[in-house]
Design a protein around this ligand. Structure first.
Ligand SMILES: [Zn+2]
Length: 392
C-alpha cells in the first residue's frame, strides 16, 4: 500500500511529512492538475518544501508531469497530475433490481463498468453470494493488482448505518455487512445509502462543489433526497435522513413497499411512472417498459407520457416546496436515473415549487439538473473511500 498512508502514533518529522503528502494528494484529487507554485499556494507551503514533497511523490509514482502551463514571460512552469494507474476505487450500487460496479482510477475516470439488471436484492442469500463472487471476478478480469485497490465504496438502497457498517433494510445478517464483505474480499469496504453517496459525489465533483446548503433529489426507481447543510451532509441521528419518498403525498393512496399508504415515492418515481404507464396502456400479460424507456418516449414527443411527467413534476415541486421552506437551500439538484429527462420536467417542478413555497425562499433557490448523471454515485463512492484512506 502507499507508504505515507501509515497511521503514525506520534508527531515525528516523518509523520508531519506524510500528513503534508496526504494533503497534497487530496488537493490533486479535489482540484485536478497543478503547478508547484499553485500547490504551495493552496497548501501554504514554501517553494523549497513544496518542491521536495512533490519530488518525493513523483519518485513514489503518485504524480507525473503532464505538460507546461502557458507563461507571459520566462520559463513555462510544469503541470503535475496524479498518476491514474497508481490506485483504483471500486464503486458499487446495490438497488432492488440492479447491481452496478465501476472501477475508477485516481483521476476519477471510470475504467470499467459492469451492470446486472437480473440482480434481485430481495433474495438475500443469493444476492449476498453473488456480490461476494462478482467483485473478485471483475478485479481479476481487469488484471488490476490487489494492492492497487484502495477500497470498495458501496451505495445501498434502504436504511444504512455507515458508522456500524450495517444495512438494515436488505442484506441484514447477524454480523454487520461491512465486516462480512471485508473478510470475504480482503479489501477495505465502506457503505452508505445510495442517495447519500450521490450527494457526496455532487458535493465533491459536481454542482454542489463549494456550496453550503443544497438539496439533492435522487429520482430513480425510488425517490430520496440528500441534504447538504452548512457544508456538511446531514446524515441524521442514525444515518437514515432523506427518506423523502416516504412522506405522505396522498391520503389512502397506493400501498408502498414501506407498508404505509400514499407515500410520495408512489406518485413520483420510476416505479410510479411504470405503474401510471401500465394504467394508461394496460397490458395484463406483460410488465410495463422500464421507466427510462418511458422517459425516452416523452422526450420523443409522446403527449400522453409527457402529461404524466408534468403531473409528476408538479407533485414533486409541491413536496420540494416543504424542503425549501424548512432548509432554505441555495440550490436543488435534480439527479438520479431521471437526470436525462429532468430538463424537460423542470418547468412543472418549478411551477409546483412557486405555488407552494414562500416566494423569497423559492426565489433564492436555484433549480439545476445534475451534470454528473448516474456517475454521481460512483464519484461519491470514490470520495467515501478516499476520505477514509487519507484520514489521520
Ligand atoms: Zn413508503
Amino acid at each position: 500500500m502507499w507508504p505515507f498512508l501509515v497511521k503514525h502514533q506520534s508527531l515525528t518529522t516523518e509523520a508531519k511529512q506524510d500528513a503534508l503528502k496526504k494533503q497534497i494528494v487530496k488537493l490533486f484529487l479535489d482540484e485536478g492538475e497543478k503547478t508547484i507554485p499553485e500547490v504551495c499556494h493552496f497548501a501554504r507551503l514554501s517553494i523549497p518544501t513544496g518542491t521536495k514533497l512533490l519530488e518525493d511523490l513523483m519518485r513514489l509514482g503518485f504524480l507525473t508531469e503532464i505538460g507546461k502551463r502557458d507563461s507571459l514571460g520566462g520559463r513555462r512552469p510544469a503541470i503535475f497530475g496524479l498518476n491514474p494507474d497508481k490506485g483504483y476505487v471500486i464503486g458499487v450500487e446495490v438497488l432492488l433490481h440492479s447491481l452496478r460496479v465501476n472501477i475508477v482510477n485516481l483521476r476519477q475516470e471510470v475504467v470499467y463498468e459492469y451492470e446486472n439488471q437480473a440482480f434481485d436484492l430481495s433474495k438475500k442469500e443469493e444476492a449476498f453470494e453473488f456480490l461476494c463472487g462478482i467483485i473478485p471476478e471483475l478485479i481479476a478480469s481487469q488484471k488490476i493488482p490487489r494492492d492497487k485497490i484502495l477500497g470498495v465504496g458501496m451505495g445501498i438502497t434502504g436504511r444504512i448505518s455507515p458508522w456500524q457498517g450495517i444495512s438494515y433494510s436488505y442484506l441484514n445478517f447477524d454480523v454487520p455487512l461491512v465486516k462480512l464483505l471485508t473478510d470475504e474480499w480482503q479489501l477495505p469496504v465502506y457503505i452508505d445509502n445510495d442517495t447519500h453517496l450521490m450527494t457526496l459525489g455532487e458535493m465533491r465533483f459536481g454542482l454542489a462543489r463549494g456550496l453550503q446548503n443544497v438539496v439533492y433529489v435522487n429520482i430513480s426507481r425510488g425517490l430520496g433526497v440528500g441534504i447538504i447543510s452548512n457544508g456538511m451532509i446531514h446524515n441524521g441521528h442514525s444515518g437514515y435522513a432523506g427518506e423523502f419518498g416516504h412522506i405522505l403525498a396522498e391520503e389512502n393512496g397506493r400501498l408502498c413497499v414501506c407498508g404505509k399508504r400514499g407515500c410520495l415515492g408512489g406518485v413520483v418515481s420510476g416505479f410510479a411512472l411504470e405503474t401510471a404507464y401500465q394504467e394508461l396502456y394496460p397490458t395484463p400479460w406483460q410488465p410495463a417498459p422500464h421507466y427510462k424507456q418511458i422517459l425516452r418516449m416523452a422526450l420523443d414527443g409522446e403527449e400522453a407520457v409527457q402529461h404524466l411527467l408534468s403531473r409528476m413534476g408538479a407533485q414533486l415541486g409541491q413536496s420540494l416546496a416543504i424542503l425549501i421552506d424548512i432548509f432554505n437551500p441555495e440550490m436543488i439538484i435534480l439527479g438520479g436515473g431521471f437526470s436525462f429527462a429532468c430538463e424537460w420536467m423542470k418547468e412543472s417542478i418549478i411551477r409546483g415549487i412557486h405555488l407552494h413555497s414562500l416566494p423569497q425562499l423559492a426565489a433564492e433557490c436555484e433549480i439545476r439538473v445534475s451534470d454528473l448523471g448516474d456517475k454521481a454515485e460512483m464519484l461519491g463512492a470514490f470520495a467515501l473511500v478516499f476520505d477514509e484512506v487519507l484520514r489521520g
